[in-house]
Write a protein that binds this ligand. Structure first.
Ligand SMILES: Nc1nc2c(ncn2[C@@H]2O[C@H](COP(=O)(O)OP(=O)(O)OP(=O)(O)O)[C@@H](O)[C@H]2O)c(=O)[nH]1
Ligand SMILES: [Zn+2]
Length: 366
């Protein structure tokens, strides 16, 4: 949607303080440490194919990264992402140059799709993630553990949200909540419906001013609808950015980072079909902390927990102390992580070889 009333609302919302955007002491310290006080500062609220929308105290701007930032970037991870704080200078009425991405307090990432050994950022500087699954079709405990691993790897605090409970009976909802509780400990779970508003107040209570919340989940689980429910009006709509060809003026109604009236900051993400593991040792250790704890009692330090004698994990699975399904999911995620790490190493090795070859070539020519 891109009608006039939406745009007016947006423009009225343009003026904000840095605190409204989630600025805090940690960011301020990073800014000083990196000697960036002379620059302006803003937060990336939208990213689309290397074009950015930056929100600063004076409004919203199209952001363009300076050449130096582009050339010194070692990988995709060094480019700005939604949630980032960036050092900027004003360049035009509605344009800023991005000089530097400030150190991130957290990075939610996954394995890049279709690229070997690459990672992709979902959002940065996130405090909490709502992991959303709908009760119909989408509900899957293994996938919840996958999302948890991704959150735990970046010390983003997860909150599991079961959506569309208007589609099932109360008893069915209870069964789902029981199944989660039975397998996943120490993570808050909220059941909601955007349709009947069930659970929405409970969810709102989890949101505090100045904190950043990322909404994660497969396509169609109701992420954008939930954000609209939280805002209380239709705000988010799908549709490409940059509809207008007038480059200076294409700030559109689609945005990914939204500041709620009550002060929470929400980041919407596109629905994710693939959620591949990258380097995520910490995330796995944390998500499967039962296994991690038991593993210290295995006979071998490098126990794979698959066939070893005196494996404490295997024993726990046998006696039902650890869920077989959780154990199997754990092994699968570890396999994925290891595969990612080996492709990453391979990629680095190849690029080193290439550099050597080029150098040798230059020498020969001389
Ligand atoms: N019955 C029911 N339908 C809902 C609920 N919330 C959302 N929907 C519907 O589910 C569909 C998908 O909702 P979206 O909010 O677009 O889902 P999304 O997760 O943002 O999807 P992507 O943008 O593709 O990632 C829409 O047709 C919504 O109307 C709910 O609580 N109950
Ligand atoms: Zn073991």
């Amino acid at each position: 949607m891109n009608n006039d009333s939406t745009n007016n609302d947006l423009n009225q919302n343009n003026k904000m303080t840095l605190d409204d955007l989630g600025y805090n002491q940690t960011i301020d310290n990073y800014r000083k440490q990196e000697n960036l006080s002379a620059f302006g500062i803003g937060r990336v609220i939208l990213e689309h194919k290397e074009s950015y929308v930056i929100k600063t105290e004076s409004g919203e701007f199209n952001g363009e990264i300076i050449g130096n930032l582009r050339y010194t970037a070692k990988s995709r991870l060094d480019f700005p992402a939604v949630g980032d704080w960036v050092a900027v200078s004003e360049y035009d009425v509605d344009k800023v140059l991005i000089h530097k991405v400030l150190k991130r307090s957290s990075i939610i990432k996954r394995k890049a799709i279709g690229k070997y050994g690459d990672q992709q950022i979902i959002a940065t500087n996130v405090d909490y993630a709502f992991i959303i699954q709908a009760v119909n079709r989408d509900f899957n405990l293994n996938r919840i553990e996958r999302y948890l691993t991704i959150c735990n790897d970046s010390s983003v605090k997860p909150i599991i949200v079961i959506s569309k409970i208007d589609l099932i009976s109360e008893i069915q909802t209870k069964n789902i909540l029981d199944a989660i509780e039975n397998r996943i400990k120490n993570v808050p779970v909220i059941a909601i419906s955007n349709e009947s508003n069930l659970g929405i107040d409970l969810l709102k209570q989890q949101i505090s001013k100045g904190k950043t919340y990322c909404v994660l989940g497969s396509s169609g689980v109701g992420k954008s609808t939930l954000i609209n429910t939280l805002i209380g009006k239709v705000y988010l709509k799908t549709g490409a950015i940059g509809k207008s060809t007038d480059r200076g003026k294409h700030i559109t109604s689609q945005r990914e980072l939204i500041v709620l009236e009550d002060g929470g900051i929400v980041i919407d993400t596109p629905g994710m079909r693939e959620l591949g593991m990258s380097e995520m040792s910490e995330g796995l250790e944390h998500t499967f902390d039962d296994i991690t704890r038991l593993a210290t009692a295995c006979k071998y330090k490098n126990c794979s927990h698959k066939h070893e004698k005196d494996c404490a994990v295997l024993k726990a699975v046998e006696v039902g102390e650890i869920h077989k399904a959780a154990y199997e999911n754990y092994l699968k995620l570890v396999r994925e992580k290891e595969h990612f790490e080996s492709t990453m190493l391979e990629k680095r090795r190849k690029s080193k070889q290439l550099t050597k070859m080029i150098r040798a070539n230059k020498k020969n020519k001389k």
